[in-house]
Design a protein around this ligand. Structure first.
Ligand code: GNR
Ligand code: NI
Length: 177
């Protein structure tokens, strides 16, 4: 198992549309293990393969609170087949460190996916799990939480993240000289 690097906006790979998994082999099992390890190391409650630069339709979610036993869920080739209601939730994203904003999404979703064993399953979710499923599913289509905010917030966050990336690049080049 290994912790992978989480890409930060505005990395262009976050905008790629992920491709379906055709076969669940050792490479996919290793990838999913690494995704879970990376998510837990970053204290996230979800992670899409897109966020570690792998354009495959896979995400992991763990909706358990900190004081509850972990509850890892793996979704391969997921499809949201039903949505209902509306709910506003304060979201964060590991690709936008220290950004937390309220976003409106469906309150309940029904999702169909393959598990790590290759078997199809269906799940109805609400609350944090429903929010996380929609957030992660967006990542697989290159859709980010700023796309669901007002234009003003989107511009402010984009500017902040671009500045931060420039600072990061400068620090990296200083470190290598
Ligand atoms: O860790 C995360 N927390 C979170 C909180 C509210 C709504 C969505 C999320 S997902 C996020 C991890 C992440 O960036 N997944 O893509
Ligand atoms: Ni995210």
């Amino acid at each position: 198992m290994a912790i992978r690097t989480i890409l930060h906006f505005p990395d262009k790979r976050l905008r790629e549309k992920a491709q379906p998994v055709t076969f669940i082999d050792d490479e996919i099992r290793t990838l999913v293990n690494d995704m879970a390890e990376t998510m837990y190391a970053a204290s996230g409650c979800g992670l899409a393969a897109t966020q570690i630069g792998v354009p495959k339709r896979i995400f992991v979610v763990d909706p358990a609170a900190k004081d509850e036993p972990s509850q890892l869920m793996v979704f391969i080739n997921p499809e949201i087949v039903a949505r209902s209601g509306e709910a506003i939730w304060e979201e964060g994203c590991l690709s936008f460190p220290s950004v937390n904003e309220e976003i409106k999404r469906a309150k309940r979703v029904k999702i169909r996916a393959l598990g790590l064993d290759g078997k199809p399953f269906e799940l109805e979710a609400e609350g944090l799990l429903a929010v996380a499923i929609q957030h992660e599913h967006d990542h697989l289509d290159g859709v980010l939480m700023i796309d669901r905010m007002s234009m003003l917030k989107r511009k402010m966050i984009t500017r902040k993240m671009e500045k931060r990336a420039q600072r990061g690049n400068r620090n990296q080049s200083e470190a290598s000289t």
